[in-house]
Write a protein that binds this ligand. Structure first.
Ligand SMILES: *[C@@H]1O[C@H](CO)[C@@H](O)[C@H](O)[C@H]1NC(C)=O
Length: 434
C-alpha cells in the first residue's frame, strides 16, 4: 500500500505550499497522465451517473437520461374527460391509471415532456355542411385546457407548463416534465380566428388544421378512407388562419388533413410544420397516414419547409389489417422509412397514448419508449441521431416557429380580422348611423 495518492494533499507537512506545481515537478509525465485520465473518467461517470452499458436496452436508457422523449401527442386530457368527468380530484397520477400515462410510468420511460392534446369530438356533421350548426366546441375546448392546467397544478412537483422551446429546456433540466398544449382540430375554434388568438394566450402552441371532419378552414383526410372534399384543400379563411398561426406562434400541424390541405398548407406557411402523430402511408395505405408526396416537401433545403413527422403508435394505423402483429419493430419501420426518405432531422415520436384503443406489443404505455430506442440502436442509430428523434427535432422546429413569429412582429404584421363568410353575427350591420 505504498502507491502515491492521485492528488497530493495541500497540507502534507513537508513544507510545500503549492501542491500542484510540486506534483508536476516530482513525477514523470506518464505518472501524471494516468491519474488525470482516471479523474476525467470518474468525473464523466459522475456527470452521466453510470458506466456506459453494453446492451442496447441499457444503452437506450443511458441516452434517454440526457435526451428524454418529448412526445408530440398524448391524450391525457381526453382520458380526464372521458373517465373522470374532468374532476382532477378523482384522478391519481401517482398510481397506475386505466390509461397509458401516469407519473411512475412517465419516469420509467424517460418521458421528458409532451404536448397535451386539447381535443374535443368533431361536431355531428351530417347536417353541418356550412359548419354553422351551433356546437359546444369552444366551451369544451376551454374545459380541456382547464383540466390540463388543473392537473399540472395538482402535480406541480412533476409537471411544468411550457410555452416556448426554452421553457421546455428549462423544465427538462430541472427534472420536470415539460407540458406544452396542442389543439387537435380547427373545429375547436368555432370558425373564429379571434378564438385562435385567445387559445394562444392560454398556451396552445400547435393546432392540427382538422381532425377527422372537414371544418371552415380546411378539408380533413378522414381516417381509413377519405371524406368528401368541401374546399379542395384549404378554404379562403384557412389561408388567413395559417398566416395568423405563423404570426402569433402556433405550429401548423398537418396530421389528419387531406393531401391537398397538407400540400397547400406547406405552400402557404412561412414557419416550420409538424405532423404531431402520423404514420407513413407507404407502409399503411389509409388516408390518415402521410403520403410520400407530402413527406417530400419537408426538409431543410431551399425549396422545402422544415418540419418533423412524429410517428403514431396505433397498430391500426401502423399496419392496417394486421393490427395484432404490430410490435416495436413495426413502429421502428415507420421511423426508419420516414428518416430514410427525408432524413433523421425530420422524425419524432407522437405516440397518441391515452387516445388509442390498442397498443403495439412491447410499447404498451409511456414506460416503454426505451424498447423502441433499443430497437433503433440495433439498427445502427447513434446517440446524436437518437437525440434528434427523441426531442431535438421538435425543439428545433419550435424555435423556427418562434423565430418566424418574432420576424413577423418586426415586420409590423397586423392581426387577421378575416371572418367566416357565414358569420352574419359579425357582418358589421348594426343599424345605427355613426
Ligand atoms: C392505396 O389505397 C388507395 C385508395 O384505397 C388506392 O387507390 C391505391 O391504389 C392504394 N395504393 C397502393 C400502393 O396500394
Amino acid at each position: 500500500m505504498s502507491s502515491q495518492p492521485l492528488l497530493p494533499s495541500s497540507g502534507n507537512g513537508n513544507g510545500e505550499s503549492s501542491a500542484v506545481p510540486s506534483f508536476v515537478r516530482r513525477h514523470r509525465l506518464s505518472s501524471i497522465l494516468i491519474p488525470l485520465l482516471l479523474i476525467a473518467g470518474v468525473l464523466l461517470v459522475a456527470i452521466r451517473g453510470e458506466r456506459v452499458p453494453k446492451d442496447s436496452l441499457g444503452l437506450a436508457k443511458y441516452y434517454l437520461k440526457t435526451s428524454p422523449v418529448i412526445d408530440g401527442h398524448i391524450d391525457l386530457p381526453e382520458l380526464a374527460r372521458m373517465v373522470y368527468g374532468n374532476n382532477v380530484d378523482k384522478m391519481n397520477l401517482r398510481k397506475k391509471t386505466p390509461g397509458h400515462v401516469d407519473i411512475p410510468r412517465i419516469r420509467e420511460g424517460f418521458l421528458g415532456g409532451f404536448f397535451w392534446s386539447i381535443f374535443v369530438m368533431c361536431p355531428e356533421s351530417e347536417e353541418n355542411d356550412d359548419f354553422m350548426t351551433p356546437t359546444n366546441s369552444v366551451r369544451d375546448t376551454l374545459e380541456q385546457i382547464d383540466v390540463s392546467l388543473n392537473l399540472i397544478d395538482k402535480y406541480s412537483d412533476t409537471f411544468a407548463h411550457c410555452r416556448t422551446a426554452d421553457d421546455v429546456m428549462r423544465a427538462v433540466a430541472s427534472g420536470k416534465v415539460a407540458s406544452i398544449f396542442g389543439l387537435e382540430g380547427g373545429h375547436s375554434l368555432g370558425n373564429s380566428i379571434g378564438a385562435l388568438r385567445m387559445f394562444h394566450q392560454l398556451g396552445i402552441r400547435y393546432m392540427t388544421l382538422t381532425h377527422s371532419c372537414n371544418n371552415a378552414f380546411a378539408d380533413s383526410g378522414g381516417i381509413f378512407t377519405p371524406v368528401e372534399e368541401k374546399w379542395g384543400g384549404l378554404s379562403p379563411l384557412g389561408h388567413d388562419l395559417i398566416k395568423e398561426m405563423n404570426r402569433i406562434g402556433i405550429l401548423v400541424d398537418i396530421s389528419h388533413v387531406s393531401e391537398k390541405t397538407a400540400l397547400q398548407a406547406l405552400a402557404t406557411t412561412r414557419a416550420p410544420v409538424i405532423l404531431s402523430h402520423s404514420c407513413a402511408r407507404h407502409l399503411g395505405n389509409i388516408s390518415r397516414n402521410v403520403p410520400d408526396k407530402v413527406l417530400d416537401k419537408i426538409g431543410r433545403d431551399k425549396h422545402k419547409i422544415d418540419g418533423v413527422v412524429m410517428v403514431n403508435f396505433f397498430p391500426a394505423f401502423a399496419a392496417p389489417g394486421e393490427e395484432k402483429l404490430v410490435d416495436v419493430k413495426y413502429i421502428a419501420d415507420h421511423i426508419t422509412y420516414i428518416s430514410d426518405r427525408i432524413g433523421k432531422h425530420h422524425v419524432g415520436i407522437g405516440s397518441d397514448y391515452d387516445g388509442i384503443e390498442s397498443v403495439p406489443k412491447g410499447l404498451e404505455d409511456v414506460s416503454k419508449y426505451p424498447y423502441l430506442f433499443a430497437e433503433l440502436i440495433e439498427r445502427g442509430w447513434t446517440e446524436s441521431e437518437l437525440s434528434l428523434l427523441s426531442g431535438g427535432n421538435i425543439l428545433r422546429v419550435m424555435r423556427g416557429m418562434e423565430a418566424v413569429s418574432a420576424k413577423m412582429a418586426k415586420e409590423g404584421q397586423r392581426p387577421s380580422y378575416a371572418v367566416y363568410d357565414k358569420r352574419h353575427d359579425l357582418d358589421g350591420g348594426f343599424p345605427i348611423e355613426l
